[in-house]
Unconditional design. Structure first.
Length: 276
């Protein structure tokens, strides 16, 4: 596969197709950015990307519109990501597509997305009668945004990260709502909250906050930012357990929530945060 972000439909005028068109999906290999991070061979993490789609609609066989909220879980070891605008265009292609039932819809979603990502994608639907069962919740952990720090750098600088290797190891969870990066192609802002769960030398919280704010003018996709955060913390602070989970605000009816870990914590809950 030779797709690059510059070739994607992102940032360009698009004709919205309203009948089923799986060819709209635009995969981009993960390997390009992982090579940039020096992630060759066995990955230092496992995880998933959790996508939530709030603007999914199709027609039943009588032509009546149906709606649902869809959740897609993509394994982090899939060879590709899918560029988010192409994902939205693909979902919109169901708008005037007649389907027998939700099973028919799920079968198409699973097949098309598994092909595009290059690995099995888990897909579920929440129908209107179950909307009331969906819950909201914030990332748990100690909020480091409380710290009053001076900031003069807005690009990722792993050398800022520090940990106390002279004291006993700790186990803690830190949270920031100040994560912001920019789309790799258009430069449009992506807003997120991030949770860092670790065990090992205590990470200096002020240095961590400065580092995270350093993504503010950085251009990279959501999944790539989380893998950069994970890799930088692992290399600079040397925790023996580490998990990084980001909840990004939605764009185009989609939110993307990457999670990377090197120890078994169980997949994080897919709770919609206040800003999502």
């Amino acid at each position: 596969m030779t797709n690059t972000p510059e070739q994607s439909p992102l940032g360009k005028n698009s004709a919205y197709q309203t009948e089923y068109a799986p060819e709209l999906l635009f995969p981009i290999p993960r390997v390009q950015k992982r090579d940039e991070l020096g992630l060759t061979g066995t990955l230092p993490f496992f995880g998933v990307d959790i996508w939530n789609a709030y603007e999914l609609s199709w027609l039943n066989l009588r032509g009546k519109p149906q709606v649902a909220i869809a959740t897609f879980t993509v394994p982090a070891d899939s060879p590709n990501i899918v560029e988010s605008k192409s994902f939205k265009l693909y979902l919109n292609s169901f708008n005037q597509t007649r389907l027998a039932n939700t099973d028919a819809l799920l079968a198409l979603l699973r097949e098309d997305l598994s092909t595009a990502f290059g690995a099995p994608v888990h897909a579920t639907l929440t129908l209107p009668e179950d909307f009331g069962t969906l819950k909201m919740g914030e990332l748990d952990g100690l909020l480091i945004d409380r710290l009053d720090v001076d900031i003069d750098n807005y690009s990722p600088s792993p050398e800022l990260l520090k940990a106390n290797h002279d004291e006993a190891a700790v186990e803690e969870t830190l949270v920031s709502h100040l994560l912001k990066s920019n789309c790799l192609v258009t430069g449009q802002p992506d807003w997120g909250s991030v949770q860092i769960r670790y065990a090992g030398p205590q990470i200096d919280q002020e240095s961590l906050l400065r580092y995270l704010i350093g993504f503010r003018e950085h251009n990279e996709f959501h999944e790539q930012c989380v893998e950069r955060i994970f890799t930088d913390i692992l290399r600079q602070c040397k925790p023996h357990k580490l998990a990084v989970y980001a909840r990004y605000t939605r764009r185009g009816g989609l939110d993307i929530n990457p999670w990377r870990a090197n120890f078994s914590t169980g997949k994080p809950p897919n709770l919609r945060a206040a800003r999502q």
